[in-house]
Each structure stands twice: as C-alpha cells, then as structure tokens.
Design a protein. Structure first.
Ligand code: GBH
Length: 491
C-alpha cells in the first residue's frame, strides 16, 4: 500500500487548486466599456472578420464583465476553490505606458477579485492571454521591439500594486510559444506576420521574427518577476510563473532519429521559453539549428533571468507523433529549420495516436498528460506545476440542438481519463498543485469564433443564458468526492 495515504484517500493534496480557466478577450465582452482601449484582437477581428470561422469577434463574448456575479455562483455551486482568468491590459492601460491608468478598469478587477474571495475562490491571474493594447503595435511593433519590456514591466507593477495583496498566483504570460508561432511564423494571429512557405502575409519574416518576439517575451517575463521579487513578494507572499502550451510528442518509431526529433519538438516549442527562464540559456538544439538568427542574452539580461519563476503552468490538451526530417526526407510537410526539422502527424501506420475529436488539433491521449508532466518534472527539477488548462471541444453544426451539447458524455470521459492520469503522476511524486478545466463556459474560441464549444456550461448565444452540461454535474460530483476523501485522509 502507498506511503502516507489510505486506499480511501484522494491522490490530490487537500490544498490542491481545482477550478476552471478563462481569458479576458474570450469572456469579458464590454468592448469599449468604462474607458477600455483597443487591443490587438479587437483590431484583428474587426478589420479581418473573414479570418474568424463565423466572422465573429469578442465585442460581447459571454459578457462576463457584467455577468460575473452569476458566473461566480455557478463556480461556487460546482465546488471549485480557484478561478483562472486574465486581466485585459488595455482595460488597465488603454495606451500602454503612453497614457494614464484607467481607474475604472482597476475598479472592475477589484470588485471581481473581492467577489471571488467572498465565495472562497482563489484568483489565479494571468497578465496577458494573447490580448495587448493596440497602441504598442502601432508605436513600435510590440513584441518585436525591446521597448515592450518596459511596457510589460510597467503594467505588471500596476497589477501587483493594485491587486497583489489579494492574489496568491500570478502568471506573466499565457502560451507565449503559441503567440510567437501563430503571430510571427504562421501569421494567423495578430500581428499577422509571416513570409515564404508559411503563409501569404504582406510583411514579416517567419525565419527570424518568431525568435525575436520570443526573446522579448522571455525578457518581459523576467522584468515582471524581478519587480515582483524586489518590491512585492515579501509582503504579498504570492508566487509567480508562466503558462506554456505543452503538447506531448511521441516518437513515431523507436529509431534514435525519431527519438531525437521528439526531443527537438519539445525544444522548439516549450523548452524554447522554459530553458532560458529556468536554466539561463536557449536549448542546445535551438542554438545549433537557428544559429545567428537566435538573439543573444546580454550580461544584464542574464542577471534578470536569474529571477526565474516559482511554478510552471501547463496547458495540455493533445498529443502528436514526431518524425525526424534531418536524416530522412519529409516531403510536403513544411517541417523546416524554424521548427527544428520535425514533422508532426496524428497517425502512425494509419492509426491515430488517440481518438480524434471534432476539433482538428485535438486527439484524446491521456497518457500524454502523464508523459508531459514527467518530462517537465525531470527537465526542471520538479518545479511546482499547475495544469492551467485541459479540455474537450465540440463543433457547432448546422443541425445542432442545445441537447446535443448538454449531453456531453465525451467531455466527461475526457476529463475523467485525464484526471486519472494526473492522479497517477502525483502518486509517482510530481509536484502538481492544481488543475483548471478549460473552460467554465462556452466562449469566443479565437479563429473558430463561437463555432467551437469548450464549456462545462452551455451558452445560448441568442440570450447568453448559461446551462449546466453533464460535465458540470460530473465535475461537481468529482470535487465533492475529492473533498470527502481529503477530509478522511486528514482526519
Ligand atoms: C488554449 O490554446 C488557449 O490558451 C485558450 O485560450 C483556448 O481557448 C484553448 O486552448 C482551446 O483552444 O496550430 O494545430 O495547434 C491551446 C493551443 C493553439 C490550440 C492554436 C489550437 C491551433 C491549431 N491552441 N491551435 S494548431
């Protein structure tokens, strides 16, 4: 039998955070309400509605800006003890550091945080989840310029000062790896920069700009952590980390070449950010392959990077196979230098890595969660981790009815199996401290608009009514069982 626990006890520690995750642009709506400035996603969705599957935008989204009291009660009833959300930078600083703080913006989040704490729900706050003030793009090209580090530091400082007495968990970025790749290599997220075989952008350079943007994001993270450590952490006693998108890459064969390819896939996707922040340097493979196109950290930068982080946030949904494209040819897959000469596929010998879903990038492979956590645990010396997102999406069809969505037994099955895999890694010693389901509600799913639903609660877009799906009831039951068991374990 297991050390320190009984058969009846929960594998999740009693202070484990269980919640749902969200982001400002996908949830809030309230487009220009109370002095909010324009952000990059406002401008993108308004200028290029054809880029979004249903031509929609986040102007109203699910109106959480106004409807949060109802949403907090849904959470409370479900029995969660934490909520992950992001602050809209342009609501706090409509013009970045080139204008004033919006007091109404600050007040909104004060009320919001207060309401969460009143219900015993811990705020887990992300500073930027893809959306940034448009002003920064227009002034100097945002992430492409070192000037952005000053802006991010200024913004972070205001957030720590305004909310830090009540916030225990801060994440600097949500998925900076996705921003760098989608915004500067593929050119499909703002600021839509790319070149060559990657897309048909009018400007950008897919081979160099992703690395410049990433470099400035890494240094912006470091600047924010540095200011938290020097000015706030001693008195506020919170922790600060970063949230990465983490895909499990399974070598497509047992060959050494494919094993190395899977390792390179991690280095070009995740370690690209975590290595500099935790180990003070870019991964060896990235240095070797990108060479002179990889920006270099100065002595001053290296000093700042020593601030590191307190936890790693992991957004994990899916797994893929990785195939080597250095020693073998990968014709037609576009797996070039910029992604480390790895090609990613969902199938091996005609069989999917996990059950495909209605979402074209999402395959159900629960062992991928355990393998990802173990990989991060080993590479980063068991730094505390949170599963900051995990979830299952379903597509709206022309003949869909609300009932098709409410009876979401496939989402229940997904969550049950992924949580079981998480329990296994925790039993084996991984220091994972929380799990956030993506998402509380159906919401604005970026390029997929409102056509893809990830919520535990269904949103009827005709009236914004929220209705629990089977998964909400299941999660509630799961949490009650966990609480009972952790109580037994402590008793
Ligand atoms: C997360 O991104 C986001 O943090 C969250 O805002 C979002 O709503 C949620 O997932 C659900 O999508 O290039 O083949 O990967 C997950 C990472 C990155 C997955 C973009 C979908 C596009 C297809 N996402 N990706 S692919």
């Amino acid at each position: 039998s297991m050390k320190g626990s009984t058969a009846a006890s929960s594998p999740f520690p009693s202070d484990f955070l269980f919640g749902t995750a969200s982001s400002s642009y996908q949830f809030e709506g309230a487009f220009l309400t109370d002095g909010k400035g324009l952000n990059n996603w406002d401008v993108f969705t308004h200028d290029k509605p054809g880029s979004i599957m249903d031509g929609s935008n986040g102007d109203i989204a699910v109106d959480q800006y106004h409807r949060y009291p109802e949403d907090l009660h849904l959470m409370k009833d479900m029995g969660v003890n934490a909520y992950r959300f992001s602050i809209s930078w342009a609501r706090i600083l409509p013009q970045g550091r080139f204008g004033n703080i919006s007091q109404t913006g600050v007040e909104h989040y004060n009320k919001f945080i207060h309401a969460l704490l009143n219900l015993g729900i811990q705020p887990f706050v992300t500073l930027t989840h893809y959306d940034i003030p448009q002003e920064l793009e227009e002034r100097y090209g945002a992430w492409l310029s070192p000037g952005v580090q000053e802006d991010f530091k200024h913004y972070a400082d205001i957030c720590f000062k305004s909310f830090g007495d009540r916030v225990r968990y801060w994440a600097t970025f949500n998925e900076p790896n996705v921003v760098a790749i989608h915004g500067y290599r593929l050119g499909i997220y703002p600021p839509l920069r790319c070149s060559g075989l990657y897309g048909n952008c009018s400007s950008g350079d897919s081979e160099t700009e992703p690395f410049i943007a990433a470099h400035n994001m890494i240094l912006s993270h470091a600047a924010a952590v540095d200011i938290y450590r020097t000015k706030y952490q001693k008195t506020q006693r919170g922790s600060i980390g970063i949230v990465m998108n983490a895909i499990w890459y399974e070598p497509i064969s047992n060959s050494l070449e494919d094993k190395l390819a899977a390792e390179r896939a991690q280095s070009f996707f995740m370690n690209w950010f975590l290595d500099p922040i935790i180990h003070g340097k870019y991964p060896k493979e990235v240095q070797e392959i990108i060479g002179n196109d990889l920006p270099v950290f100065t002595e001053y930068d290296l000093e700042k990077l020593k601030s590191g982080l307190d936890f790693i946030g992991i957004n994990h949904y899916t797994s893929f196979y990785a195939k080597d494209c250095i020693f073998s040819t990968c014709e037609g897959t576009g797996a070039s230098k910029t992604e480390g000469f790895v090609s990613r596929t969902a199938k091996k010998d005609g069989i999917y890595i996990g059950e495909p879903t209605e979402v074209d990038w999402l395959y159900v492979y629960p062992p991928g969660l355990e393998k990802t956590v173990t990989y991060i645990k080993e590479r980063y010396n068991n730094t505390p981790m949170f599963i900051t997102e995990n979830g299952y999406g379903q597509m709206e069809k022309s003949n869909s009815t609300n009932d098709d969505f409410l009876n979401d037994f496939k989402r229940v099955d997904y969550m049950r199996r992924y949580l079981k895999a998480l329990a296994t890694t925790i039993r084996k010693g991984a220091d994972v401290r929380g799990y956030f389901a993506w998402s509380l509600l159906d919401n604005f799913e970026w390029l997929y608009g409102y056509t893809t639903r990830f919520g535990l609660f269904h949103v009827d877009y005709a009236n914004l009514n929220r209705t629990p799906k089977l998964s909400a009831a299941w999660f509630r039951h799961f949490l009650a069982k966990h609480k009972a068991k952790s109580f037994t374990a402590r008793a």
